[in-house]
Design a binder for this molecule. Sequence first.
Ligand SMILES: [Zn+2]
Length: 222
Amino acid sequence: MFLGHFGLGFAGKRLAPALSLGALFLAVQWADMLFFPLCLAGVEHFRIHPGDTVVTPMEFYDYPWSHGLVALAGWGLLFGAVYLLARRKAAAALLFGLGVLSHWFLDAFVHRPDMPMLPRGPYVGLGLWNSWPLTIAAEAAVFGGGLLVYLKSTRARDRVGTWALWALVGFLVAVWTGSVLGPPPPSERVVEASGVAMWLFVPWGYWIDRHRAIVPPREAPA
Ligand SMILES: [Zn+2]
């Protein structure tokens, strides 16, 4: 899954307004942000294999530290603990950690059974990537739903708060559309190098966050 992770990041802002959108993106995308550098370092592996599922031409066969259930639970604990020590906000720390773990569950919906629970299996995956309609519906529902929650929970302080957000939304949709509709990538190295650019979304999220304000929950009608 790609867009859906960002959808959860957006929605997280309502549950934990103390967390910047950049921190929320860091949490929900940590698995992928870790995966590509680990591939470049030769620690984790995937290969280009057109037809591996209907939607993606990639075969993910070795990613225990970035995409294992237990590994992500460990990363989530670490993220939550560091946040708690630094900021002393328990609810936000809990959500920060859960955001890291959420990546596994969203990916487990779309991947075929290649998502490790322990580092060397068992492997699970519902395989939505074998269906175009289900893949598009899942990505659109989680991303669109999360974005709607975010739009209702925050408002732009200035023009940047509007345009930086919509530029991000447009860019994410374009990246995702290109990746699923375009030809298979030329090499694993190209995917890995461009995948590292995923880190860009964290400062972009912080930038948006600084230009948007929380909308206070509406008071109960008298
Ligand atoms: Zn992933």
